[in-house]
Design a protein around this ligand. Structure first.
Ligand SMILES: [Zn+2]
Length: 258
């Protein structure tokens, strides 16, 4: 049995720790202190680090952790992550023997050029997708193109419905505020807002989410739906637009949405 636990860091980051009560792996440790504390408190031995992309709030803790543990650091090809020992990319498989965990790498460029995700369907169904897909939203497009980001989101949306999505930020309520502007009649979205408001008021995470839920509420995964297309047309004053253009309009709109 593998537990997947969100360790809070900075203002709104989650650093996911996967463990079986003895061994642990950590995804995107932007800072080491809370991770070291969690490992010690739960008597866990760190066996690997997984990195999705180069941003500091996902990599800043690596150097301290590898001083304490002589372990592999998996990550994408990037000069900005010098501590990666095992560069991985699309379709490569990683076996974490101590945890009996198999992970498959997906290339999902857009937020950064080299962004990757780690997907597993054994012994649980989940994806660690960094800053690409969020509950009810998606990451900003810093390095790639809008077309790349849209293709990456579509790729994630094709994972099985019951896949748990382990995003790395608690952005859900602000994402819902934007989604309600775009898709105001969506009852599933309104129900999710009530649930998340409750969770946040109790200082509990709104994550993980699932592929099934995101396909129902996330405007960035619904760019082919009439309500979303309509809204993007009204916002942009363009008439005929395809789903990739709808994505681009929504992403630019959200960038300046307050
Ligand atoms: Zn990032």
């Amino acid at each position: 049995m593998i537990n997947v636990y969100p360790v809070r860091a900075f203002q709104d980051n989650y650093i996911w720790v996967l463990h079986d009560d003895a061994h642990a792996i950590v995804v995107d440790p932007g800072i080491s202190d809370p991770i070291i504390h969690y490992l010690q408190a739960n008597k866990l031995k760190l066996v690997a680090i997984l990195i999705t992309h180069h941003h500091d709030d996902h990599t800043g803790g690596i150097s301290d952790l590898i001083k304490l543990f002589d372990i592999p650091v998996y990550g994408p090809q990037s000069e900005s992550i010098p501590d990666v020992t095992d560069v991985v990319s699309e379709s490569e498989e990683i076996l974490i023997k101590t945890l009996g965990l198999k992970l498959k790498v997906l290339n999902i460029p857009g937020h950064t050029r080299e962004h990757i995700a780690y997907y597993t369907d054994h012994p649980f169904q989940g994806v660690f997708c960094g800053d690409t897909l969020f509950a009810c939203g998606c990451g900003r497009v810093f390095e790639g193109t809008h077309e790349q980001m849209y293709a990456s989101l579509k790729k994630l949306s094709q994972l099985p419905d019951n896949t748990m999505i382990y995003c790395t930020h608690e952005y859900t309520l602000s994402n819902i505020r934007f989604a309600k502007c775009v898709d105001p009649e969506n009852q599933t979205l309104l129900n999710f807002e009530m649930l998340c408001s409750q969770l946040v008021s109790e200082q509990r995470p709104t994550l993980p989410t699932t592929i099934e839920l995101e396909k129902a509420i996330n405007p960035f995964l619904r760019c082919d739906q009439p309500a979303i297309i309509n809204c993007a047309q009204n916002h942009s004053k363009l008439l005929t637009i395809n789903s990739s253009e709808v994505f681009s309009i929504l992403r630019q709109w959200k960038d300046s949405f307050r």
